[in-house]
Design a protein around this ligand. Structure first.
Ligand code: SF4
Length: 346
């Protein structure tokens, strides 16, 4: 049994994180959504603030989406917040605000994939579903010596089968969390720390000394670079903000963007297409933001206009409103300059 020492190791070494120790399905669900693509240490502060403001499914279901996004600001991957909000509405209206102890129901909620459903059901309800994320894939492929590309569906199925076969039926939540901790602390990408690992006596990769080669993954495509113009368009003490409709950053507020080019002329053309008559005021330098599949290489400008045109899904905001609205991290540098510009013009 490769995992026989796992739970006793977990008792002695588990990470103390704010979301550990609870079996409240709602709290576990919120933490697992936040933990998708985000480090546990980063999630800790957001988790506390979020649960304080939305302590129940009902509180979240009844909240305004903009407030949910504002609390999510800086965590990234905002579709997670929108889906969580939508899913809370479903649980509130269809299940009386109580998350059912059913993998199928949890898995059917917006934003919940196999991993999150398994994590919630194993931790909150003690159901024996392995929560297979990057950490578990790495540990299991090493322990069982899987030396094929883990991106291939049949290899993924084999990893799931092995995990399902070995998961502790009494304490599936602890089993999952123990492997997550091992993946985060000992069985790390690159060279793992096998000497301290409770799985080392029965680990195939440790015995073969090729753990640093596992898991096998085909090279991921690098994110595609895009030149994007960002304009701070001011009029008196107000600045133009637009709510995104595109899938990337949908629902968040951004400055006037030109995604077909970052040149000054591109930007001017875009502003004219919005019905504005822009006057160039300053070149504000550059910024860069890396998304999962794209890199925005941004050129920042300041334009002024004499008249606040009415633009669909846009507002003219003062410095206080600008601070209160949810803006994505990609707009961080531009927002900083915008707040300073608006304060100077008071
Ligand atoms: S023994 Fe080494 S390779 Fe195997 S699971 Fe532990 S840390 Fe990973």
């Amino acid at each position: 049994m490769p995992y026989s020492q796992l739970l006793s190791w977990y008792e002695r070494n588990k990470r103390t994180l704010p979301f550990r120790g609870t079996r409240d399905p709602y709290a576990v669900w919120v933490s697992e959504i936040m933990l998708q693509q985000t480090r546990a240490e980063t999630v800790a502060g957001y988790y506390d603030r979020f649960l304080k403001r939305f302590p129940t499914v009902r509180a979240l279901a009844e909240a305004d989406e903009q407030e949910v996004l504002k609390l999510w600001e800086g965590l990234g991957y905002y579709s997670r917040a929108r889906n969580l909000h939508r899913a809370a509405g479903i649980v509130y209206h269809e299940y009386n605000g109580v998350i059912p102890a059913s993998y199928e129901v949890v898995r059917s909620l917006p934003g919940v994939g196999d991993y999150t459903a398994a994590a919630v059901c194993s931790i909150a309800f003690g159901l024996p579903y392995p929560a297979i994320d990057g950490n578990l894939t790495r540990v299991i492929s090493r322990v069982h010596g899987i030396r094929e590309d883990v991106g291939i569906p049949s290899v993924r199925r084999e990893i799931r089968r092995l995990a399902g076969e070995n998961i502790d039926r009494e304490r599936p939540g602890d089993w999952n969390q123990a492997l997550m901790d091992i993946g985060a602390s000992l069985c790390v990408p690159g060279t793992p720390d096998c000497a301290y690992c409770p799985l080392n006596a029965r680990c195939d990769a440790c015995a073969n000394e090729d753990a640093d080669m596992l898991p096998v993954r085909a090279a991921a495509k690098p994110p595609v670079p895009m030149d994007v113009g960002v304009s701070l368009v001011t009029c008196g003490g107000k600045i133009l903000l637009m709510q995104r409709e595109a899938a990337l950053l949908r629902g968040l507020w951004v400055f006037a963007l030109c995604e077909s080019g970052s040149g000054k002329q591109d930007m001017e053309n875009r502003l004219r297409a919005l019905g504005l008559d822009p006057r160039f005021a300053a070149d504000l330098g550059e910024a860069k933001h890396v998304f999962t599949h794209r890199v925005w290489n941004m050129r920042l400008y300041h334009f002024t206009v004499e008249k606040q045109a009415q633009i669909k899904n846009a507002i003219w905001a003062d410095a206080d409103i600008l601070s209160a609205l949810p803006l994505p991290t990609a707009m961080k540098k531009a927002r900083q300059i915008a707040i300073e510009t608006l304060r100077e013009s008071r």
